[in-house]
Design a protein. Structure first.
Ligand code: COA
Length: 323
């Protein structure tokens, strides 16, 4: 067996400001009861002006490198997933690179909305397995508060800001022990682009650039597609759901998360849930949840962890990782 990509460090960053449902209910026609019942969300972190995707991504990356016990010299690539970059270019990954004082290697952003982290992880793993990189920072960093229509109660209550990161390192020893990224599976269906999108960008100056969503349709596709993705990941590794120690799902909605847990026969004690406190942080949600459960000792070295996410595109995917 050759080389595997080992997750040697995990880190996170959340803005200090917390906005609870009651506070939102003073701005738009909603209530804590409605939001909690339909989504499980109780609060979200909201970025201050200086807390951009690059700033938060840098902090999460620093934490991941510290957790891995390595310095910036170990990084030879940065792949950052975001739908809310600081600038059209340079890539947010390169703003992070500069902030970390790194001048070697490569960096680029990945745009796959809420599936962005799983996509970025898949690319980083492929590059490591191909021998193109030995140490890659994979970051998800988002400031959705800046693309929300704060007058649309159907969407503004659902999202939050934050960043999460992992450090992936090429490891022959990890391969021998059966640890590291075991598989990733990516999917997309661009014909569903109009059920969840941002209605503008710098290329469309007359459009405000606000998130628009048909919640029911997204919900329906999320449950079906993610169930397929999870089955695919297990089948590819000749595993059954009992082998999974932890499910770390995209944190969009507690009802979708519970549906996935039921599908796998995993109780809430085996599913990492942060949606109640973070809301949907898009590409940051999976690494934020992973970081929380890694830091508090729930997820341990050797555990089998299934990551999955779906978002605008539609784009979705899974990753199976032995920590
Ligand atoms: N507070 C109070 N009422 C609200 C509301 C809010 N924040 N948002 C919508 N409503 C109202 C609607 O106006 C509608 O009222 P009406 O029946 O008088 O027209 C009613 O609640 C039902 O709206 P609907 O959108 O059909 O609700 P729903 O049961 O589908 O729940 C979501 C809405 C968004 C919670 C749900 O569709 C969902 O979670 N979808 C998936 C979203 C998601 O995960 N997106 C990200 C994927 S990456």
């Amino acid at each position: 067996m050759g080389v595997r990509s080992l997750l040697t460090g995990v880190g996170a960053y959340l803005p200090a400001e917390i906005v609870d449902n009651d506070t939102l209910a003073r701005r738009v026609d909603t209530s804590d009861a409605w939001i909690t019942e339909r989504t499980g969300i109780r609060q979200r972190h909201i970025a201050a002006a200086h807390e951009t995707a690059a700033f938060m991504g840098t902090e999460a990356a620093r934490a991941a490198l510290a957790d891995a016990g390595v310095g910036a010299e170990a990084v030879d690539g940065i792949i950052l997933a975001t739908a809310t970059p600081d600038q059209a270019f340079p890539a947010t990954a390169l703003r992070v690179q500069a902030a970390l004082g790194i001048r070697q290697g490569f960096g680029f952003d990945v745009s796959a909305a809420c599936a962005g982290f799983v996509y970025a992880l898949s690319v980083a793993d492929a590059m490591i397995q191909a021998g193109q990189a030995k140490g890659v920072l994979v970051i998800g960093s988002e400031v959705y508060s800046r693309i929300l229509n704060w007058a649309d109660r159907g969407t503004c209550v659902l999202f939050g800001d934050g960043a999460g990161a992992v450090f992936l390192q090429a490891s022959p020893a990890g391969a021998a022990e059966g640890r590291g990224v075991l598989s990733t599976h990516l999917h997309a269906d661009g014909t569903l682009g109009d059920i969840l999108y941002v209605d503008g960008a710098v290329g469309q100056p007359d459009k405000p650039g606000h998130l628009v969503m048909n919640g029911r349709e997204v919900f329906r596709h999320a449950v079906t597609r993610l169930a397929e993705a999870v089955e695919e990941a297990l089948a590819a590794n000749q595993l059954t759901a009992e082998a999974i120690d932890w499910l770390v799902p995209h944190q969009a909605n507690l009802r979708i998360i519970d549906a996935m847990g039921r599908k796998l026969g995993l109780g809430r004690d085996k599913v990492v849930i942060t949606v109640d406190r973070h809301a949907n942080t898009s590409a940051a949600s999976v690494p934020l949840a992973l970081a929380e459960a890694w830091r508090d000792g729930r997820i341990r070295r050797g555990d089998l962890v299934l990551l999955e996410a779906l978002g605008g595109g539609l784009a979705w995917g899974s990753a199976l990782v032995r920590m």
